[in-house]
Design a protein around this ligand. Sequence first.
Ligand SMILES: Nc1ncnc2c1ncn2[C@@H]1O[C@H](COP(=O)(O)OP(=O)(O)OP(=O)(O)O)[C@@H](O)[C@H]1O
Length: 665
Amino acid sequence: MSLFLVNRYLGEEDDGSISMESRSQALLAKLQQKAKEKQKQSLTEQRQQTVQQGVKKKRKAGQDSTLEPQHHKKRKSSVEPLDVLDSENNIETVKDKKKKKKKGANERLKQKNQSGGSVEGLSDSPVTGSDGSEDTGGEEEAEADNDPPKQPPEKTSAPTGFTVMGGFENKPVQKVHRVLPQWLAQPDVIHRDIKSNLVPVSDISGLCAGLVKKLQNNGIQHFFPVQAEVIPAILESTQQGLLIGRGGYKPRDICVSAPTGSGKTLAFVIPVIQVLTERVVCEVRALAVLPTKELAQQVCKVFTSYAEGTTLRVVMLAGQRSFAAEQASLSEHRAGMRRSLADIVVATPGRLVDHINKNSGLCLEHLRFLIIDEADRMIDSMHQSWLSQVVKAVYRSGSEPEAMSIFRRTEPAYVTAASLSPPQVPLQKLLFSATLTQNPEKLQQLGLHQPRLFSSIHSHTSTTPAAPTQKQDRFDFPQGLTEYYVPCTLSKKPLLIIHCILRMKLSPILCFTNSRETAHRLFLLVQLFGGVHAAEFSSRLSPGERKKTLKKFEQGKIQLLISTDAAARGIDINGVKCVVNYDAPQYIRTYIHRIGRTARAGKAGLAFTFLLGVQEKNFLQMVQEAGSPGIQKQIFKPENLKCMEARYETTLQELANVIKDEKAK
Ligand SMILES: Nc1ncnc2c1ncn2[C@@H]1O[C@H](COP(=O)(O)OP(=O)(O)OP(=O)(O)O)[C@@H](O)[C@H]1O
């Protein structure tokens, strides 16, 4: 039934459309003729005036509805040819009906409105002209009623006097090349060769005889390249005492990027001790912030050893002691006066913020050096906002009205001659890392003042700052290090590590896993297997137990230390022959810090990474892109492991029982 209806309907329309077509063609011809006549009569100038008036009216229409009839009157003169279209223009009629309903417009207005249109549109094509007029009407309505236009706007020919905008077509977008700021792209060069660029400690001017003697007593006759560059730079920035730098300017902040084990710790400890020995009153003038308790302890030990024999006091705030004990070591009150008991504070960010917030007696208003070791890791922990709290504490006195001292400290906003003229203690930031980020956005978070970079990877940064293929930062690897990767399966990994100790005699080995559970299981397995002195190092242990374990490892009492990344950064353990990545690290920075626990201070070292088949491609690419001098493939023959396999199978069963018992506890 429906099919029949459709067929009949189409037939009728076909017939009708032919007659309609001829009628409309006749009308079209008439219309075109009229339009031409009209065009000849009207001068271009008049037309432009009309259009301009029309635009003005259009604007006013939105503001004053009473002006609407006048507006249409004016339009009439410019759209006369469209009178002919009245009968055909159904859309126009519908629109008028709507207007009637909405506004109750009078009959005269309706007639005038029906004849709306544009001369320009007509001159090109009458059909376009009618559409154009409809568009205009729609816009008017929308403006007056704040309703969206009923018809979507269609393309009309360009009215004279207006420029047709265009050029929105897709243009090829140029690739943005990475361009480093000058200070990052052209750093001060640190020689890579740690052994052949040694500078005798007595050759560095500005170091007092006592300090030189102490260095020599500690077995340090020569400075490593990073120390030879950075120590003089820090000393130079304090030539005018603790106040302002040379020429009255605030000293530049210093960033140091040098390989693991290259001696960065002494590069800041020595100049800070040298500068502070000249102080008269004890105040906290140096603050070193480190990411972990173990690192804070290590750096505190170095500061303490070089402060020995001076009046300088070093205090650690890392949660190793109770809060009250730490508080007592910071300051004392005598006759109602606070007296600082610390010149140098070594802290972890969490404990430091605790002391600042609880007003425990830590006064940072005299702070001259803020040392941020493992700086890239510390930037990542910036969400803790520890830095802003430190800076706030440093400039606290300047915000108080009673701070009328001539040494009043104000947080520098813009550096001007006026801002630098009053004498004040500047805050200088010293950043150190083996994997310092080259991302200026990240570094910006530290609010550095005219930073100066010392780097051993100058060749990469200066020549290829804009290398489009460079996906990640490049780093320098320790010179004495040899890297290997060992293709293996998951089940063979424990046997391989035992093989490294029992057959290859590579101990002491520092072995890294990706989780503390894996570290614990591997430790249990090796213990059950027997023949190897092993220990684990992770957050499963208390800080005290961890300290003891590290000491035993350093003393050679432990052959295999199985650790999480807790021991990956900064820890300086003497005599580690080999590092094994039992689990491949996910990030290049983790890899660099882990393998950097060996081959320190110019010594030789080995690094093995166990790789599963699926890991090989990505891992090798990551290491290569980071600037590794080369990682070699090491295959452990299965027959070498065979003799241990029977024992290994029984050990696995024992391990299952031990783990069951542990879980039951
Ligand atoms: N001039 C020197 N001569 C001999 N040994 C040195 C010298 N300077 C530092 N060392 C020793 O080198 C070792 C590594 O130094 P340090 O821990 O400062 O390295 P680092 O660059 O901070 O390493 P990481 O990036 O891993 O923290 C330490 O044991 C230190 O005593």
